[in-house]
Design a protein around this ligand. Sequence first.
Ligand code: NAD
Ligand code: DAU
Length: 339
Amino acid sequence: MTIFVTGGAGFIGSEFIRQMAGSARIINFDKLTYAGNLDNLTEAAKDPGYSLVKGDVCDAGAVMAAMPEDCDAVVHFAAESHVDRSIVGAEEFVLTNVLGTQIMLEVSRQRRVKRFLHISTDEVGGDMPPDGWFKEDDPLQASSPYAASKASAELFVRAAARTHGMNTLITRTSNNYGPYQFPEKLLPLAISNVLEDRPIPVYGDGMQVRDWVHVTDNCRALRAVLERGRVGETYHIGGGNPLPNIEVLRTLLKTLGKPESLMTRVTDRPGHDRRYAVDFTKTTQELGWKPEISFADGLAQTIRWYQDNPEWVRRCRSGEYRKYYEQMYGAREAGASVL
Ligand code: NAD
Ligand code: DAU
């Protein structure tokens, strides 16, 4: 099986490649933005079935050139993924997440790709009421420019299925956590800060609720959807763990034996959704998938990973991981500090 993965050097895409290495031919098509880190793929890249193409999903010619004629599946992770960055500047999100998705669909159609799996997010459902659970057929109600771009992308995927009869699937996942997550998202930022006795910025009152799913469980679900999902369907993936941020951070601080005073309240994120909670009953019933890693175990394992890999964090924070690209590709922006 030949799988064309976009954004495979990022957090979730690299876990997907690590899981698939050895059982499929993988072409990782990645622009290697600040979020693309080849350090995430050191072991998987040794697999003879793996190859990397540095390219932009907005560049139809580059995608066409990289995608083999006998491509069985596209798994489309590539995106600008950080909500705060979308608030500062939304253009890149529209380009990569919307235009890039349409270009991936069009090239895949021309290449007669058998299956197109689009990776979306629970954020497209918007703010859930305290007892609400986001279901697959609920309306799209994005709050942030990031969520708006992901909701728009979903509509292009649906349109490609309906208009061109493409074999598409959409997954909507809740907040992923685990090893190799770039230290701009809440958990890796908090863990790496606390390990250095630096404060954790808590947005607003910290009572926003997120549903945490371990990245390993998520990628197991993505594989099940790719293998057995019904054509044209959307599948939700969650951890069944909706928790207020402050509670997550308290557990983290307790595990590391650090004082709660490290939590520092800062100005809230504009338009901040109070609660996400995905209902993934359909995925469990149809595909037999359910999360296997409890949040307590997953958090402890994730903390250990960051404790054991200070060099990975240091290279992220210094921007050194990008120098790798400079040697390989002579990228102009390589080596830039990103935090
Ligand atoms: P990430 O930011 O860690 O990685 C994104 C990857 O895409 C990077 O390797 C980057 O270099 C690449 N990329 C960015 N722009 C590109 C372009 N124009 N062309 C080619 N490659 C490009 O993201 P992630 O957290 O791994 O998320 C992966 C996908 O899952 C995204 O579509 C995101 O919206 C979705 N998602 C993420 C989460 C989460 O909690 N992280 C939850 C639900 C859905
Ligand atoms: O729900 C799925 C989404 O989860 C994905 O689609 C996104 O790609 C991913 O970035 C994530 O979005 P969030 O905005 O939920 O994740 P983030 O880690 O940025 O923030 C998690 C919560 O923590 C959110 O309520 C904001 C808060 N937060 C975040 C940061 C970075 C803080 O309180 N302090 C912080 O420093």
